[in-house]
Structures are given as C-alpha cells and as structure tokens.
Design a binder for this molecule. Sequence first.
Ligand code: AMP
Ligand code: MG
Length: 478
Amino acid sequence: MAPFRFDTSYARLPEALFARVAPEPVRAPRLLVFNAGLAAELGLGAADDWAALLSGNALPEGATPLAMAYAGHQFGHFTLLGDGRAVLLGEHVAPDGRRFDIQLKGSGRTPFSRMGDGRAALGPMLREYLVSEAMHALRIPTTRSLAVVATGEPVVRETLLPGAILTRVASSHIRVGSFQFAAAKRDREALAALLDHTLARHAPEAAAAERPALALLEATMVRQSELVARWMGVGFIHGVMNTDNMTLSGETIDYGPCAFMDAFEPMTVFSSIDRQGRYAYTNQPPIAHWNLVRLAEALLPLIDPDESVAIALANAAVQRFPALFETAWLEVFRAKLGLATAEEGDRALAEQLLSAMRDTGCDMTNGFRALAEGEPMPVAAEDLAAFAPFLAAWEARLAREGTPADLARARMRAANPAIIPRNHRVEQALAAAGAGDMAPFEALLTAVTRPFAPRPEDAPLRAPPLPHERVQATFCGT
Ligand code: AMP
Ligand code: MG
C-alpha cells in the first residue's frame, strides 16, 4: 500500500493559483521526529524510507507537488507572496473520507521565494512541531506535524544553522491571503473557483445559501472568533497574525514567533519583529476582525454584482465579529471557571480574576490550575489578599448555579491545562536538539501533549521561568 492516498483537488484549480514545482533534494536526510499517532489517525500506509519521502528526495506515489500563490497584509502592508519555501505534495484522503494537505516546509526554492533560500532551520521546524502538537492536545484547532527531517545541509542565517524540513498536515492551506491574491489579480475566474473549492472543503452548508460567498465569510468569522477565544484562554500569542497566516478552515497556522504567556500581562508581545505590539495578546481579537474585513473585501465581487449592495452586505456581516467573539470568549472563560450556566456578570467575574492576576504577576496557567486543584493562588503571601474579592464572588456564583465545588473543580481540571510549552523550556529543548541531543525535546513533547493529566515528573516543566530564564523574544524561522 502506498503511504498516501492522494487526490489533489487544488491542482485542478485555475493555474493562476499555484505553481507546479517539486521539492529540491537534500544531501543527507535523517528522520528526527515522526508522529506515529498522527500517521495512524490519517491511515497512512507503510513506507520503506520516510526520510527520503519527507525530505523531497523521493516523491511518494501519486504526488502532484505545487506551491500555492497567495497575498497578505504583513503588519498592515499588502504584499504578493506564495509558498516560498513549501510545497504541497498532495491531498491525502483518509479512510474516513477526511482530506488533508501534506506539505513539506523548508523544501527548497519555488517561483514565490523572492530573495529567500527556500530552506528552514532545524530550531524553528522543531518549534512548530512541538507547539502545534501541544495546541492539538489543548483541543485548539491547528495544523499538525507529521515529521521533522534533518537535511544534512546548513542554512545561512545570522550564523550557519542545521537545515530541516517539517511535514505539515492541514485540513487545507487556504488562507485569507489566498482570496486576496485572486482579488488583487482581478482574476474573477480564479476567485470564483477558489470560492467553490473552499465551500466544498470547509463549508458545504454555506454552498447551499442564497449568497455562498457571504455565507463563507460568516462561517469563517465564527471559526476565527472561536479560535482566537481559545488562544486567549491558554495565553497563546500567535505573534504574526498577518492575513496570509489566517486560514479559512479555522486552524491555527504558522508557528514562527509564537509563545505562551507565563505571568498574565495583556500587553505581552514576543515577536522580535513586532516592535509596535500590533499582535500583542490583547490585540488578537481586533486584529482577527481586521483580517476578516480584508477577507470580506476580497469576496465582494462574489457577494453581489452590484458593488454597493455587496459592500452593504459585507459590512453588516463583519460588524457582527465583536459579538461573536464575546460569545466565544465567555464560553471559554466560563469553562475555565467551572461554570455550566450563563449569567450577566460572568465577564466581570472573569475580568476580576484576570485583573488580580495582572496586578500580582500571577502565572496564568498555574493560576487557573490552582483554582482547579483547590490550591492557593501561586503568588507571594502578601499578594493573596488581591484574590479574595474574586474568590468570594466566584464561590457565590457557583452556589447560585448549584454546582458543588468538587464538581466545578473536576470540570476545571478538564478545561485548564497544567502544562503549556513554556518558552524557556522550548528554547532549552531546541538548543539541546541543535547540539544533537533530542532527549529534552522528546520529554517536553511527551509532557505538553498530555496537558490535562500531569505526571509528578512533569513538575519542572510546569514551573514559570526564573528571572534569568525568561525569554524576551522569539524569532521568525526565515
Ligand atoms: P512567514 O513569515 O513564515 O509567514 O512567511 C512569509 C512569506 O515569506 C511566505 O511567503 C514564505 O513562503 C516566505 N518565506 C519565509 N522564509 C522563506 C525562505 N527561507 N525562503 C523563501 N521564502 C520564504
Ligand atoms: Mg506564513
């Protein structure tokens, strides 16, 4: 049996939307990490040599390699982009009928590479593997990672670094920027074909709507509001929420400069290239909204032939984003607080806790987990009093709902992770991997992929960084 069962519908779209290009072979591919659990979920067949297939040195049977064209607003500035260092090998159809893009990232130059070398360094590819698999374990929609292959070739960055290729698995790689590309080219045929393709893959119910393009916009708004609310619930900062890094599927994509917060601080930024704090934790909902307005603009010609009608409809739709986000955020934070019902004051209750966390520098993950375990808040003794008003209000709220504390805490242990991939631990694991020792990476991966059921030996990975361990910035993997 071939390892993949390919049926690549993207390759049947108008040629303007992609370039057919094969991965460039590498010198000495070596399989460093392989996700056997994901391979089983996808129903992959056996391969004689995964390292050859997942480095691009051999093409799997049925592959139709291509690089996708897309555009994007990067930090607010519009650019024509495309897969500059990735190729889609094909769409694998799992035994249950689900369709998955199998993409090699770091696979060499493409017509969209511009000045780049088409390659990726080992550290950022391992980071993406680790964080994406942690996000999946946190039950947050995300692209997945099947493997990391070392290429045996160096890549030139500020220094020489070992090169690697990540195999990314996604329900698709269709981005807001994919629609922006077709719209910017004024290629109506490509735009319409991309719409039909996206409806079929991600919103079949919207295809039957009176205005499918508007229905797709609305469906994407719902998905993105839920996605970003979940990020907010675990303190995840994406770091590079450009429109080319926002999917129509609602999966998190692109783990370049991302990081999780330790101490709760809404203005936290990690990305070294985000000097203005555009993509700070607290700015993520309005930025998602901004990106969705860009999607609406790209879809206008398909919403109604009369532009003023299209604009009125699109405007009315995108204005609903703040309300959608509010609903999604409340759902996430009610679950984090063990609440099963809704009350008017729930936002204020959650904010009372978050404000106390911010004022005391409380670790977000450990703070919520302490509530779930019935332990004191993890702050200095003199700061405990800051939580007293919240604790009293919360206990009263649970009592009104009739939820016994034990039941609330059991629910909360399923909603509040004990372990996130803390930045300083990720950096330590990547540094060891760079020196040839994969053991810290494997240990961290094991821990962060079972985040709700920590083991005693995970304790060091749960601790926030000491002052000298704190990581200030993360870097894009370019
Ligand atoms: P990202 O910051 O990863 O979202 O990438 C933004 C754009 O730059 C995408 O079009 C990438 O394909 C492209 N890109 C990033 N790194 C490289 C590279 N080393 N070589 C070629 N293109 C790249
Ligand atoms: Mg990207």
